[in-house]
Design a protein around this ligand. Structure first.
Ligand code: HEM
Length: 515
């Protein structure tokens, strides 16, 4: 038998009969698909009818747990092409030559809704890309928004719960949503909320939105020089969004509009592309920032840290099978390649644990053997990672399951010097979270967005107030509505007033007091 783990992974279905003879799952040819074995013509069925049992039993096991969060999504294959030399910043092989292409898989998603929920909801969009590089699989598990709601990973489950259904009513609950987000400690979300409730909160299609690392990453070149890095993927199709009213109507008419748009455009050869840029920052520069470089609720000003082009992401191939290639895809920030590291951002550090753990539960411990997840461009070999449910790659055959003295193992040393003088962390183990309350600094970028960016877009400030107001008007509690107004008044007094006026107008039609 040839060495099974030396074979490249197959992306296509295997084990299918060429003659298309229909069989049970153990290969027994079925002569009549809908016949059942029974006693006499009208009698009860026989337990020996394996074709029927096989059919019914497998149907009962078709579903796997949906992702929690980001259950609803669409995906496509493509490639990343290097257009600019950044080897002074990053030594990863995928960047080593201009014109080099790396095969990719991208999955777009919404966050809070269930697998079958509508595409045009107000929610951040996930933008996750797997690069099948010669140094292993690299996942950029990004969002279509440059910041996030939290900066303490311990808050993630509570935050996501507030975006999902109320445990008693099983309804989405505006009071719960705003109760969490207006608590003083959680108002660090205000910058992300201003983006979420702006026009960008409902992209028209997945092709018409940008992607952002959000987090600070740490990239180094082959000499060991390193930078903090943020990545931006800017859509070449232009940013286009729906208003709240358009989106609500479309959600009723065609809830899968973004999925359909992506599939059909790729099918007709209209492959969407994104220009990939990086922002870079030295450690010295990071010390002069008015906020922590590890604070996920802040953007790096582009005037100070300009975008530098790197390459293009192009999505030009639809999956052949959605379940096999998109539902079973497993993206994780911990899947990285040499010279691209996580920074000490606590949310990113928390994510380094969360994804592979979720996938061991959702897909099983051998999820990396599912063809779409295999590092097929680099191959996988580790005699210690063996056995487990659904082991299907030959399990390394007769290879010893420890590092035997009799075998020549190879351990590749990266060419960069060991980073012993970088970011030296020292100190006792302490129960740390940033600060108990969001401070003025946490409102600065939200205010800048409102006053300096939205003011230049026709009607955008008004739409922000409107979108917040129509959401918060759903709160049963008027006190909760007041908390919403008070938080956004801290971004800009006029914004708070506009929200209050519109909530009051809606309240008066619902028999509720004005604010
Ligand atoms: C502590 C914070 C976070 C935790 C614990 C967390 C956890 C998770 C988990 C468990 C999943 C489902 C994974 C699966 O079943 O395959 C997921 C999906 C996802 N998360 Fe996060 N997340 C966090 C923050 C973020 C942030 C800040 C971003 C973006 C910058 C992000 C982007 C995504 C995306 C794009 C997906 C969907 C991936 C796919 O398409 O399969 N998450 N997250």
């Amino acid at each position: 038998m040839s060495c099974p783990y030396a074979k490249p992974s197959q992306m296509d279905a295997n084990g299918v009969r060429d003659d298309r003879v229909v069989t049970t799952s153990n290969g027994f040819p079925i002569n009549e698909p809908f016949a059942t074995q029974r006693v006499g013509e009208h009698g009860p069925l026989l337990l020996q009818d394996n074709a029927l049992l096989d059919n019914l039993a497998h149907f009962n096991r078709e579903r796997i747990p949906e992702r929690n969060p980001h259950a609803h999504g669409s995906g496509a294959f493509g490639y990343f092409e290097v257009t600019h030399d950044i080897t002074d910043i990053c030594g990863s092989a995928m960047f080593d030559t201009i014109g080099k292409r790396t095969k990719t898989l991208t999955r777009f998603s919404t966050v809070g809704g269930e697998k079958g929920s509508a595409d045009t909801v107000r929610d951040p969009r996930g933008f996750a890309t797997k690069f099948y590089t010669e140094e292993g699989n690299l996942d950029w598990v990004y969002n279509a928004t440059p910041v996030f709601f939290i900066r303490d990973p311990s808050k993630f489950p509570a935050f996501i719960h507030t975006q999902k259904r109320n445990p008693q009513t099983n309804l989405k609950d505006a009071d719960v949503f705003w109760d969490y987000l207006t608590q003083p400690a959680n108002q660090v979300a205000v910058h992300q909320l201003c983006i979420l409730f702006s026009d960008r909160g409902i992209p028209q299609t997945y092709r018409n939105m940008n992607g952002y690392s959000g987090h600070t990453y740490k990239w180094s070149n082959k000499n060991g020089d390193w930078h903090y890095v943020q990545v931006h993927l800017k859509t070449d199709q232009g940013v286009k969004n729906y208003t709240a009213e358009e989106a609500a109507q479309i959600a009723g008419q065609n809830p899968d509009i973004c999925h359909q748009d992506l599939f059909e455009n790729i099918e007709k050869g209209n492959a969407p592309t994104w220009t990939v840029y990086i922002q870079t920052m030295t450690e010295e520069e990071s010390k002069k920032l008015p906020f922590s470089v590890f604070d996920l609720t802040k953007v790096w000003p582009q005037s100070q840290f300009p975008l530098r082009p790197v390459g293009k992401l192009c999505l030009n191939e639809n999956p052949q099978n959605f379940f096999a290639q998109v539902e079973q895809a497993a993206f994780a920030p911990s899947n990285t390649v040499p010279y691209q590291e996580a920074s000490a951002d606590p949310v990113l550090q928390g994510r380094l644990f969360a994804y592979a753990d979720a996938q061991r539960y959702r897909l099983g411990p051998n999820y990396h053997q599912i063809p779409v997840n295999c590092p097929y461009a680099s191959k996988f070999f580790n005699p210690m990672i063996r056995d487990g449910p659904m082991n299907v790659n030959g399990n390394f055959g007769s290879e010893p399951n420890y590092f035997s003295d009799k075998t020549n193992y190879q351990f590749v040393q990266q060419s960069r010097p060991i980073q012993q003088h970088q970011e030296v962390w020292n100190g006792p183990a302490v129960p740390y979270h940033w600060v108990t309350e969001a401070g003025d600094i946490d409102f600065v970028q939200a205010t800048d967005l409102y006053r300096k960016v939205l003011s230049k877009q026709d009607g955008a400030q008004g739409r922000l107030a409107h979108n917040i107001a129509i959401h918060a008007a759903n709160c049963k509690s008027v006190d909760m509505q007041k908390r919403v107004v008070s938080m956004f008044s801290r971004v800009d007094e006029q914004l708070g007033k506009n929200i209050a006026d519109e909530i009051s107008a809606i309240n008066s039609t619902n028999g509720k007091p004005k604010l």
